[in-house]
Design a protein around this ligand. Structure first.
Ligand code: AMP
Length: 144
């Protein structure tokens, strides 16, 4: 069965249009990156394309190429800002794949030895805590 068409009312489309707030880490002509409000790790960031795509299955490969470079930029900033031992990248496509919000996004998760990820969409983090991590990560982003 074909996937449903892109739905302009999804929550990330609203953030991209400025209709809802986010804890913005990075923005350029291709991508927006912001803090996940239910982080699976301290410093959990989402990176999404500005152009509409439901998930990786319908995304324009040219956009994916540009986007993954932004994912790398954010991963490097997170690793450096939070002294992470490693990084986990996650991307869920379609409900059976674990997707909840239907605008393509990559999860960038800092990892430390011996620290397990928290559950997916587990606990809503306090805005002031998200802001601390946002500021550290944004400050560590290398200019092009
Ligand atoms: P998924 O589609 O499975 O990748 O899950 C959506 C992700 O978006 C989850 O990790 C949520 O915690 C996160 N999320 C949902 N709403 C918001 C929001 N308004 N701002 C930031 N992150 C969000």
């Amino acid at each position: 069965m074909p996937a449903p068409a892109y739905d302009e009312t999804n929550i990330f489309a609203k953030i991209l249009r400025g209709e809802l707030p986010c804890h913005k880490v990075y923005e350029d002509d291709v991508a927006l990156a912001f803090m996940d409000i239910m982080p699976r790790a301290d410093g959990h960031v989402l990176v999404l394309p500005k152009s509409p795509a439901r998930n990786i299955l319908d995304a324009d490969p040219a956009i994916l190429g540009l986007l993954i470079a932004r994912v790398q930029k954010i991963a490097l900033a997170i690793k450096s800002a939070l002294a992470a031992d490693g990084i986990t990248i996650l991307q869920y496509s379609e409900p059976a794949g674990g997707q909840i919000v239907f605008h393509l996004h990559f999860h960038v998760l800092p990892r430390w030895k011996g620290v397990e990820l928290r559950s997916h969409t587990g606990v809503l983090e306090k805005p002031e805590v998200l802001e601390v991590f946002r500021a550290k990560i944004a400050a560590a982003i290398k200019p092009d």
